[in-house]
Write a protein that binds this ligand. Structure first.
Ligand SMILES: [Zn+2]
Length: 497
Protein backbone atom coordinates (compact mmCIF):
# COMPACT_ATOMS: atom_id res chain seq x y z
CA UNK A 1 0.00 0.00 0.00
CA UNK A 2 1.15 3.51 -0.82
CA UNK A 3 2.11 5.82 2.02
CA UNK A 4 -0.17 8.38 3.56
CA UNK A 5 1.87 11.30 2.20
CA UNK A 6 0.31 10.63 -1.17
CA UNK A 7 -2.94 12.17 -0.02
CA UNK A 8 -3.54 15.58 -1.60
CA UNK A 9 -3.98 18.20 1.15
CA UNK A 10 -7.60 19.22 1.74
CA UNK A 11 -6.75 22.90 1.48
CA UNK A 12 -5.16 22.38 -1.93
CA UNK A 13 -7.89 20.39 -3.69
CA UNK A 14 -10.80 19.06 -1.65
CA UNK A 15 -12.13 16.83 -4.36
CA UNK A 16 -8.74 15.19 -5.03
CA UNK A 17 -8.25 14.83 -1.27
CA UNK A 18 -11.62 13.05 -0.98
CA UNK A 19 -10.72 10.55 -3.69
CA UNK A 20 -7.26 9.98 -2.21
CA UNK A 21 -8.72 9.26 1.23
CA UNK A 22 -11.05 6.66 -0.30
CA UNK A 23 -8.27 5.01 -2.29
CA UNK A 24 -5.76 4.96 0.58
CA UNK A 25 -8.30 3.55 3.02
CA UNK A 26 -9.38 1.04 0.34
CA UNK A 27 -13.03 1.92 0.80
CA UNK A 28 -14.03 1.83 -2.87
CA UNK A 29 -12.69 1.75 -6.40
CA UNK A 30 -13.78 2.72 -9.88
CA UNK A 31 -15.36 -0.08 -11.88
CA UNK A 32 -15.21 -1.01 -15.57
CA UNK A 33 -18.75 0.36 -15.82
CA UNK A 34 -18.68 4.12 -16.06
CA UNK A 35 -20.50 5.78 -13.18
CA UNK A 36 -20.56 2.64 -11.06
CA UNK A 37 -18.30 1.96 -8.11
CA UNK A 38 -16.99 -1.10 -6.37
CA UNK A 39 -17.34 -0.96 -2.60
CA UNK A 40 -14.30 -2.70 -1.16
CA UNK A 41 -14.38 -4.68 2.12
CA UNK A 42 -13.29 -1.72 4.31
CA UNK A 43 -16.07 0.44 2.89
CA UNK A 44 -18.64 -2.33 2.90
CA UNK A 45 -17.94 -3.05 6.56
CA UNK A 46 -18.86 0.56 7.39
CA UNK A 47 -22.08 0.10 5.43
CA UNK A 48 -22.87 -3.13 7.31
CA UNK A 49 -22.33 -1.40 10.65
CA UNK A 50 -24.60 1.45 9.50
CA UNK A 51 -27.22 -1.05 8.37
CA UNK A 52 -27.18 -2.88 11.69
CA UNK A 53 -27.67 0.30 13.71
CA UNK A 54 -30.46 1.62 11.49
CA UNK A 55 -32.18 -1.71 11.06
CA UNK A 56 -32.37 -2.13 14.84
CA UNK A 57 -34.11 1.23 15.17
CA UNK A 58 -36.51 0.45 12.31
CA UNK A 59 -37.52 -2.81 14.01
CA UNK A 60 -37.90 -1.13 17.39
CA UNK A 61 -40.36 1.28 15.79
CA UNK A 62 -42.46 -1.51 14.27
CA UNK A 63 -41.07 -1.84 10.73
CA UNK A 64 -40.42 -5.10 8.91
CA UNK A 65 -38.06 -5.77 6.03
CA UNK A 66 -39.33 -7.06 2.68
CA UNK A 67 -37.99 -7.25 -0.86
CA UNK A 68 -39.52 -5.98 -4.10
CA UNK A 69 -38.36 -6.53 -7.72
CA UNK A 70 -35.48 -4.70 -9.36
CA UNK A 71 -37.65 -4.13 -12.46
CA UNK A 72 -40.69 -1.91 -12.75
CA UNK A 73 -43.07 -1.93 -15.76
CA UNK A 74 -42.53 1.33 -17.63
CA UNK A 75 -46.22 2.24 -17.40
CA UNK A 76 -46.07 2.17 -13.57
CA UNK A 77 -43.67 5.09 -13.52
CA UNK A 78 -46.12 7.15 -15.56
CA UNK A 79 -48.99 6.83 -13.11
CA UNK A 80 -47.91 9.58 -10.73
CA UNK A 81 -47.32 12.70 -12.83
CA UNK A 82 -44.77 14.52 -10.65
CA UNK A 83 -42.93 11.29 -9.97
CA UNK A 84 -42.40 10.43 -13.63
CA UNK A 85 -41.18 13.95 -14.32
CA UNK A 86 -38.68 13.67 -11.47
CA UNK A 87 -37.16 10.39 -12.62
CA UNK A 88 -37.74 10.16 -16.38
CA UNK A 89 -34.39 11.66 -17.30
CA UNK A 90 -32.26 9.21 -15.36
CA UNK A 91 -33.65 5.73 -15.87
CA UNK A 92 -32.07 2.60 -17.27
CA UNK A 93 -34.47 0.65 -19.43
CA UNK A 94 -34.55 -3.05 -20.29
CA UNK A 95 -35.96 -3.48 -23.77
CA UNK A 96 -34.65 -6.90 -24.87
CA UNK A 97 -33.98 -10.22 -23.20
CA UNK A 98 -31.61 -12.02 -25.55
CA UNK A 99 -28.37 -11.68 -27.46
CA UNK A 100 -27.40 -13.81 -30.44
CA UNK A 101 -24.15 -14.83 -32.11
CA UNK A 102 -23.48 -12.97 -35.36
CA UNK A 103 -20.63 -15.09 -36.68
CA UNK A 104 -18.38 -11.99 -36.73
CA UNK A 105 -15.13 -11.49 -34.83
CA UNK A 106 -14.48 -9.36 -31.74
CA UNK A 107 -16.94 -6.97 -30.13
CA UNK A 108 -19.45 -7.59 -32.93
CA UNK A 109 -19.60 -11.32 -32.18
CA UNK A 110 -22.86 -10.84 -30.30
CA UNK A 111 -25.77 -8.51 -30.94
CA UNK A 112 -29.24 -7.88 -29.58
CA UNK A 113 -31.74 -10.44 -30.82
CA UNK A 114 -34.50 -8.23 -32.28
CA UNK A 115 -37.05 -10.98 -31.81
CA UNK A 116 -36.60 -10.73 -28.05
CA UNK A 117 -38.06 -7.22 -27.65
CA UNK A 118 -40.23 -6.88 -24.56
CA UNK A 119 -43.84 -5.91 -25.12
CA UNK A 120 -43.49 -3.39 -22.32
CA UNK A 121 -39.97 -2.21 -21.42
CA UNK A 122 -38.89 -2.54 -17.79
CA UNK A 123 -37.36 0.29 -15.81
CA UNK A 124 -34.53 -0.60 -13.46
CA UNK A 125 -35.90 0.87 -10.22
CA UNK A 126 -34.73 4.41 -9.44
CA UNK A 127 -36.88 4.06 -6.28
CA UNK A 128 -39.68 1.60 -5.56
CA UNK A 129 -42.83 3.57 -4.74
CA UNK A 130 -44.69 2.48 -7.84
CA UNK A 131 -44.10 -1.26 -7.60
CA UNK A 132 -44.73 -1.19 -3.86
CA UNK A 133 -48.03 0.66 -4.21
CA UNK A 134 -49.18 -1.84 -6.79
CA UNK A 135 -48.68 -4.47 -4.08
CA UNK A 136 -50.21 -2.35 -1.33
CA UNK A 137 -53.37 -2.13 -3.44
CA UNK A 138 -53.51 -5.92 -3.28
CA UNK A 139 -52.70 -6.29 0.40
CA UNK A 140 -54.66 -3.48 2.01
CA UNK A 141 -58.41 -3.95 2.27
CA UNK A 142 -59.52 -2.74 5.66
CA UNK A 143 -58.41 -0.39 8.43
CA UNK A 144 -57.28 -3.54 10.24
CA UNK A 145 -54.49 -3.91 7.65
CA UNK A 146 -53.10 -0.52 8.69
CA UNK A 147 -50.60 0.77 9.43
CA UNK A 148 -48.43 -1.23 7.05
CA UNK A 149 -44.79 -0.47 7.89
CA UNK A 150 -42.22 -1.89 5.47
CA UNK A 151 -38.57 -1.31 4.70
CA UNK A 152 -36.38 -2.63 1.91
CA UNK A 153 -32.56 -2.80 1.75
CA UNK A 154 -31.74 -2.67 -1.94
CA UNK A 155 -29.79 -1.21 -4.83
CA UNK A 156 -31.27 1.42 -7.14
CA UNK A 157 -30.16 2.93 -10.44
CA UNK A 158 -30.30 6.57 -11.45
CA UNK A 159 -28.40 7.30 -14.63
CA UNK A 160 -25.88 9.97 -13.66
CA UNK A 161 -23.65 11.87 -16.04
CA UNK A 162 -21.33 13.26 -13.38
CA UNK A 163 -20.46 10.78 -10.69
CA UNK A 164 -18.45 10.85 -7.46
CA UNK A 165 -17.57 7.87 -5.29
CA UNK A 166 -20.27 7.28 -2.64
CA UNK A 167 -21.90 10.68 -3.24
CA UNK A 168 -23.35 10.22 -6.69
CA UNK A 169 -23.10 6.95 -8.57
CA UNK A 170 -25.37 5.40 -11.16
CA UNK A 171 -26.06 2.40 -8.94
CA UNK A 172 -26.11 2.80 -5.17
CA UNK A 173 -27.22 0.92 -2.09
CA UNK A 174 -29.87 2.21 0.26
CA UNK A 175 -32.85 1.45 2.38
CA UNK A 176 -36.26 2.65 1.38
CA UNK A 177 -39.10 2.61 3.87
CA UNK A 178 -42.69 2.59 2.62
CA UNK A 179 -45.64 2.87 4.94
CA UNK A 180 -49.41 3.20 4.65
CA UNK A 181 -51.69 4.73 7.28
CA UNK A 182 -55.33 5.41 7.99
CA UNK A 183 -54.93 9.14 8.58
CA UNK A 184 -52.78 12.03 7.46
CA UNK A 185 -51.77 12.78 11.06
CA UNK A 186 -50.44 9.27 11.42
CA UNK A 187 -48.45 9.46 8.17
CA UNK A 188 -47.05 12.82 9.21
CA UNK A 189 -46.04 11.41 12.60
CA UNK A 190 -44.34 8.49 10.86
CA UNK A 191 -42.33 10.79 8.57
CA UNK A 192 -41.24 12.72 11.66
CA UNK A 193 -40.37 9.58 13.64
CA UNK A 194 -38.05 8.47 10.86
CA UNK A 195 -36.46 11.90 10.60
CA UNK A 196 -35.65 11.61 14.33
CA UNK A 197 -34.12 8.17 13.78
CA UNK A 198 -31.97 9.55 10.96
CA UNK A 199 -30.88 12.50 13.05
CA UNK A 200 -30.00 10.36 16.07
CA UNK A 201 -28.10 7.93 13.85
CA UNK A 202 -26.13 10.72 12.15
CA UNK A 203 -25.18 12.28 15.47
CA UNK A 204 -24.73 9.26 17.74
CA UNK A 205 -23.14 6.85 15.27
CA UNK A 206 -21.57 8.98 12.58
CA UNK A 207 -20.71 11.87 14.94
CA UNK A 208 -22.07 14.02 12.11
CA UNK A 209 -24.25 16.88 13.34
CA UNK A 210 -27.29 17.63 11.18
CA UNK A 211 -29.93 20.29 10.79
CA UNK A 212 -33.46 18.97 10.41
CA UNK A 213 -36.33 20.67 8.68
CA UNK A 214 -38.71 20.67 5.76
CA UNK A 215 -37.84 21.20 2.10
CA UNK A 216 -39.37 23.96 0.01
CA UNK A 217 -41.76 22.93 -2.74
CA UNK A 218 -38.98 23.43 -5.26
CA UNK A 219 -36.65 21.01 -3.50
CA UNK A 220 -39.04 18.32 -2.39
CA UNK A 221 -39.23 14.74 -3.64
CA UNK A 222 -41.08 14.13 -6.89
CA UNK A 223 -44.59 13.13 -5.86
CA UNK A 224 -44.35 14.04 -2.17
CA UNK A 225 -46.75 16.22 -0.19
CA UNK A 226 -43.92 17.22 2.15
CA UNK A 227 -40.24 16.28 2.33
CA UNK A 228 -38.17 16.39 5.52
CA UNK A 229 -34.40 16.13 5.44
CA UNK A 230 -31.27 15.97 7.52
CA UNK A 231 -28.52 18.23 6.20
CA UNK A 232 -24.88 18.19 7.25
CA UNK A 233 -22.04 20.58 6.51
CA UNK A 234 -18.91 19.06 5.02
CA UNK A 235 -15.35 20.35 5.58
CA UNK A 236 -15.41 22.23 2.27
CA UNK A 237 -18.47 24.12 3.57
CA UNK A 238 -20.82 22.41 1.16
CA UNK A 239 -24.02 20.85 2.45
CA UNK A 240 -24.82 17.18 2.10
CA UNK A 241 -28.42 16.03 2.09
CA UNK A 242 -27.87 12.92 4.17
CA UNK A 243 -31.39 11.49 4.43
CA UNK A 244 -34.97 12.29 3.48
CA UNK A 245 -38.36 11.35 4.86
CA UNK A 246 -41.47 12.07 2.80
CA UNK A 247 -45.08 12.54 3.77
CA UNK A 248 -46.62 11.43 0.46
CA UNK A 249 -50.15 12.43 1.38
CA UNK A 250 -52.56 10.44 -0.80
CA UNK A 251 -50.71 11.08 -4.07
CA UNK A 252 -49.50 7.54 -4.65
CA UNK A 253 -52.55 5.96 -3.04
CA UNK A 254 -54.70 7.73 -5.63
CA UNK A 255 -52.38 6.90 -8.53
CA UNK A 256 -52.40 3.21 -7.59
CA UNK A 257 -55.87 3.11 -6.10
CA UNK A 258 -54.81 1.91 -2.66
CA UNK A 259 -58.03 2.10 -0.64
CA UNK A 260 -59.20 0.68 2.63
CA UNK A 261 -62.53 0.19 4.31
CA UNK A 262 -62.83 2.46 7.34
CA UNK A 263 -64.22 1.30 10.71
CA UNK A 264 -67.54 2.93 9.81
CA UNK A 265 -67.74 1.13 6.47
CA UNK A 266 -66.59 3.92 4.14
CA UNK A 267 -63.88 3.60 1.48
CA UNK A 268 -60.79 5.86 1.77
CA UNK A 269 -57.40 6.19 0.12
CA UNK A 270 -54.51 5.41 2.46
CA UNK A 271 -51.97 8.05 3.54
CA UNK A 272 -48.40 7.06 2.97
CA UNK A 273 -44.74 7.85 3.58
CA UNK A 274 -41.41 6.87 2.10
CA UNK A 275 -37.91 7.50 3.44
CA UNK A 276 -34.34 6.59 2.72
CA UNK A 277 -30.66 6.85 3.43
CA UNK A 278 -27.96 5.48 1.18
CA UNK A 279 -24.26 4.67 0.85
CA UNK A 280 -23.94 8.43 0.38
CA UNK A 281 -23.71 8.47 4.18
CA UNK A 282 -20.22 6.96 3.86
CA UNK A 283 -19.21 9.99 1.77
CA UNK A 284 -20.64 12.20 4.52
CA UNK A 285 -18.69 10.36 7.18
CA UNK A 286 -15.46 10.77 5.20
CA UNK A 287 -15.95 14.47 4.50
CA UNK A 288 -17.01 15.29 8.07
CA UNK A 289 -14.02 13.90 9.96
CA UNK A 290 -11.10 12.90 7.79
CA UNK A 291 -7.83 14.80 7.52
CA UNK A 292 -4.67 15.00 5.42
CA UNK A 293 -3.45 11.68 6.86
CA UNK A 294 -6.52 9.85 5.58
CA UNK A 295 -9.79 8.53 6.92
CA UNK A 296 -10.97 9.35 10.43
CA UNK A 297 -13.67 6.84 11.35
CA UNK A 298 -15.92 7.43 14.36
CA UNK A 299 -15.36 4.48 16.77
CA UNK A 300 -18.94 3.18 16.57
CA UNK A 301 -18.65 2.70 12.78
CA UNK A 302 -14.94 1.95 12.44
CA UNK A 303 -14.32 -1.44 10.78
CA UNK A 304 -11.28 -1.75 13.07
CA UNK A 305 -11.57 0.18 16.33
CA UNK A 306 -8.24 -0.73 17.87
CA UNK A 307 -5.00 -1.78 16.21
CA UNK A 308 -2.16 -3.27 18.23
CA UNK A 309 1.34 -2.64 16.89
CA UNK A 310 4.26 -4.48 18.48
CA UNK A 311 7.71 -2.89 18.57
CA UNK A 312 10.80 -5.03 18.91
CA UNK A 313 14.50 -5.15 18.02
CA UNK A 314 15.64 -8.63 19.02
CA UNK A 315 13.94 -12.00 18.70
CA UNK A 316 13.74 -12.21 22.47
CA UNK A 317 11.90 -8.87 22.59
CA UNK A 318 9.71 -9.99 19.76
CA UNK A 319 8.37 -13.00 21.61
CA UNK A 320 7.72 -10.94 24.76
CA UNK A 321 5.81 -8.15 23.00
CA UNK A 322 3.93 -10.54 20.71
CA UNK A 323 2.67 -12.44 23.71
CA UNK A 324 1.30 -9.24 25.26
CA UNK A 325 -0.20 -8.09 21.95
CA UNK A 326 -1.94 -11.42 21.47
CA UNK A 327 -3.32 -11.41 24.98
CA UNK A 328 -4.57 -7.82 24.64
CA UNK A 329 -6.23 -8.67 21.34
CA UNK A 330 -8.04 -11.64 22.86
CA UNK A 331 -9.23 -9.62 25.86
CA UNK A 332 -10.48 -6.77 23.69
CA UNK A 333 -12.20 -9.07 21.19
CA UNK A 334 -13.93 -10.91 24.02
CA UNK A 335 -15.22 -7.57 25.24
CA UNK A 336 -16.77 -7.02 21.80
CA UNK A 337 -14.30 -4.61 20.19
CA UNK A 338 -13.17 -4.86 16.57
CA UNK A 339 -9.44 -5.37 16.87
CA UNK A 340 -6.46 -5.95 14.59
CA UNK A 341 -2.95 -6.95 15.64
CA UNK A 342 -0.34 -5.96 13.10
CA UNK A 343 2.26 -8.71 13.49
CA UNK A 344 3.69 -8.30 9.98
CA UNK A 345 7.40 -8.95 9.69
CA UNK A 346 9.93 -6.80 7.85
CA UNK A 347 7.94 -3.58 8.21
CA UNK A 348 8.89 -0.70 10.50
CA UNK A 349 6.33 0.37 13.13
CA UNK A 350 6.20 3.86 11.57
CA UNK A 351 5.13 2.45 8.21
CA UNK A 352 2.42 0.45 9.95
CA UNK A 353 1.21 3.58 11.74
CA UNK A 354 0.81 5.40 8.42
CA UNK A 355 -1.29 2.60 7.03
CA UNK A 356 -3.65 2.32 9.98
CA UNK A 357 -3.97 6.08 10.17
CA UNK A 358 -4.98 6.22 6.51
CA UNK A 359 -7.58 3.56 7.27
CA UNK A 360 -9.05 5.68 10.04
CA UNK A 361 -8.57 3.33 13.00
CA UNK A 362 -9.53 5.44 16.04
CA UNK A 363 -7.05 3.96 18.51
CA UNK A 364 -3.58 2.48 18.09
CA UNK A 365 -1.92 0.62 20.93
CA UNK A 366 1.87 0.46 20.70
CA UNK A 367 3.58 -2.28 22.66
CA UNK A 368 7.38 -2.20 23.12
CA UNK A 369 9.65 -4.11 25.50
CA UNK A 370 9.71 -1.21 27.97
CA UNK A 371 5.92 -1.08 27.98
CA UNK A 372 5.77 -4.80 28.65
CA UNK A 373 8.14 -4.35 31.61
CA UNK A 374 6.03 -1.47 32.93
CA UNK A 375 2.77 -3.43 32.47
CA UNK A 376 1.35 -0.87 30.03
CA UNK A 377 0.73 0.01 26.38
CA UNK A 378 0.93 3.41 24.71
CA UNK A 379 -2.41 4.51 23.29
CA UNK A 380 -2.27 6.90 20.31
CA UNK A 381 -5.52 8.45 19.18
CA UNK A 382 -6.15 8.90 15.46
CA UNK A 383 -7.29 12.42 16.26
CA UNK A 384 -4.09 13.24 18.18
CA UNK A 385 -2.61 12.62 21.63
CA UNK A 386 -0.75 9.74 23.23
CA UNK A 387 -1.09 8.31 26.74
CA UNK A 388 -0.03 5.11 28.53
CA UNK A 389 -2.78 2.67 29.51
CA UNK A 390 -2.24 0.03 32.23
CA UNK A 391 -2.56 -3.55 30.97
CA UNK A 392 -4.56 -4.53 34.09
CA UNK A 393 -7.38 -2.17 33.22
CA UNK A 394 -6.92 -2.13 29.43
CA UNK A 395 -10.40 -3.22 28.33
CA UNK A 396 -12.16 -0.62 30.44
CA UNK A 397 -9.76 2.14 29.44
CA UNK A 398 -10.03 1.33 25.75
CA UNK A 399 -13.82 1.48 26.09
CA UNK A 400 -13.83 4.87 27.75
CA UNK A 401 -11.22 6.23 25.32
CA UNK A 402 -13.29 5.16 22.30
CA UNK A 403 -16.38 6.75 23.83
CA UNK A 404 -14.44 9.96 24.46
CA UNK A 405 -13.22 9.99 20.83
CA UNK A 406 -16.78 9.44 19.58
CA UNK A 407 -18.03 12.40 21.66
CA UNK A 408 -15.13 14.66 20.72
CA UNK A 409 -15.67 14.05 17.00
CA UNK A 410 -19.29 15.17 17.26
CA UNK A 411 -18.38 18.20 19.37
CA UNK A 412 -15.61 19.24 16.97
CA UNK A 413 -17.84 18.78 13.92
CA UNK A 414 -20.61 20.79 15.51
CA UNK A 415 -18.23 23.61 16.47
CA UNK A 416 -16.90 23.61 12.91
CA UNK A 417 -20.39 23.82 11.47
CA UNK A 418 -21.29 26.75 13.73
CA UNK A 419 -18.05 28.56 12.80
CA UNK A 420 -19.16 28.26 9.19
CA UNK A 421 -22.73 29.39 9.71
CA UNK A 422 -24.02 32.94 9.45
CA UNK A 423 -27.39 34.18 10.66
CA UNK A 424 -29.72 37.01 9.74
CA UNK A 425 -28.24 37.55 6.26
CA UNK A 426 -29.36 40.19 3.81
CA UNK A 427 -28.80 40.10 0.05
CA UNK A 428 -25.27 41.53 0.09
CA UNK A 429 -24.13 39.29 2.94
CA UNK A 430 -25.63 36.27 1.23
CA UNK A 431 -23.74 36.99 -1.98
CA UNK A 432 -20.49 37.71 -0.12
CA UNK A 433 -20.87 34.55 1.92
CA UNK A 434 -21.22 32.28 -1.08
CA UNK A 435 -18.62 34.08 -3.14
CA UNK A 436 -16.30 33.53 -0.19
CA UNK A 437 -15.80 30.39 1.88
CA UNK A 438 -19.51 29.58 2.21
CA UNK A 439 -21.32 27.40 4.73
CA UNK A 440 -24.84 27.55 6.12
CA UNK A 441 -26.54 30.94 5.74
CA UNK A 442 -29.72 31.56 7.74
CA UNK A 443 -32.10 34.26 6.64
CA UNK A 444 -35.70 35.24 6.10
CA UNK A 445 -37.64 33.82 3.15
CA UNK A 446 -40.79 35.15 1.50
CA UNK A 447 -41.77 31.72 0.20
CA UNK A 448 -41.45 32.60 -3.48
CA UNK A 449 -39.73 30.24 -5.88
CA UNK A 450 -38.40 33.21 -7.85
CA UNK A 451 -36.23 34.18 -4.86
CA UNK A 452 -34.87 30.64 -4.59
CA UNK A 453 -34.03 30.72 -8.27
CA UNK A 454 -32.50 34.18 -8.07
CA UNK A 455 -30.03 33.08 -5.42
CA UNK A 456 -29.26 29.83 -7.19
CA UNK A 457 -28.53 31.64 -10.44
CA UNK A 458 -26.11 34.03 -8.72
CA UNK A 459 -24.15 31.80 -6.34
CA UNK A 460 -25.45 28.20 -6.82
CA UNK A 461 -26.87 28.11 -3.30
CA UNK A 462 -30.19 26.41 -2.57
CA UNK A 463 -32.48 26.28 0.43
CA UNK A 464 -31.42 23.14 2.23
CA UNK A 465 -34.28 23.24 4.73
CA UNK A 466 -36.72 25.49 6.45
CA UNK A 467 -35.23 24.59 9.83
CA UNK A 468 -37.08 22.99 12.73
CA UNK A 469 -37.61 25.30 15.76
CA UNK A 470 -34.49 24.22 17.68
CA UNK A 471 -32.22 25.23 14.79
CA UNK A 472 -33.83 28.58 14.15
CA UNK A 473 -32.13 31.83 15.05
CA UNK A 474 -32.98 33.58 18.33
CA UNK A 475 -33.89 36.65 16.32
CA UNK A 476 -36.77 35.92 13.94
CA UNK A 477 -35.95 37.36 10.49
CA UNK A 478 -38.48 39.93 9.37
CA UNK A 479 -37.69 40.22 5.67
CA UNK A 480 -36.70 37.89 2.84
CA UNK A 481 -32.92 37.76 2.47
CA UNK A 482 -33.25 38.09 -1.30
CA UNK A 483 -36.19 40.39 -2.15
CA UNK A 484 -36.50 42.29 1.14
CA UNK A 485 -40.26 41.73 1.34
CA UNK A 486 -41.97 40.21 4.38
CA UNK A 487 -40.48 36.89 5.51
CA UNK A 488 -42.83 34.01 6.23
CA UNK A 489 -40.20 31.60 7.53
CA UNK A 490 -36.49 31.27 8.21
CA UNK A 491 -34.47 29.33 5.61
CA UNK A 492 -30.99 27.79 5.51
CA UNK A 493 -29.05 28.21 2.27
CA UNK A 494 -25.93 26.39 1.19
CA UNK A 495 -24.09 25.19 -1.87
CA UNK A 496 -24.70 21.47 -1.87
CA UNK A 497 -23.51 18.11 -3.17
ZN1 LIG B 1 -38.18 36.83 -1.42
Amino acid sequence: MARAEKITPRAQDFSAWYNDVIMQAELADYSPVRGCMVIRPNGYRIWELMQQALDTRFRETGHQNAYFPLFIPQSFLAREAAHVEGFAKEVALVTHTRLRATGKEGAGAIAVDPTSALEEPLVVRPTSETVIYAMFAKWIQSYRDLPLLLNQWANVVRWEMRTRLFLRTTEFLWQEGHTAHASHEEAEREARTILDIYRAFAEEWMAMPVITGVKTERERFAGAFRTYAIEALMQDNKALQAGTSHDLGQNFAKAFDVRYQTASGGLEHVWSTSWGVSTRLIGGLIMTHSDDHGLVAPPRLAPVQVVLVPIWRSEEERSRVTEVVTRARTDLERAGYRVAADLRDGMKPGAKYFEWEARGVPLRLEVGPRDVAAGQVVAARRTGGKAPLAMDTLVGEVGSTLEAIQTELLTAARARREQHSIRGVDREQLLDWFRGAGGFAYGGFCGRESCEEGIKAEVSATIRVLPDPEFRSAEVPQVCAWCGEASITEAVWAQAY
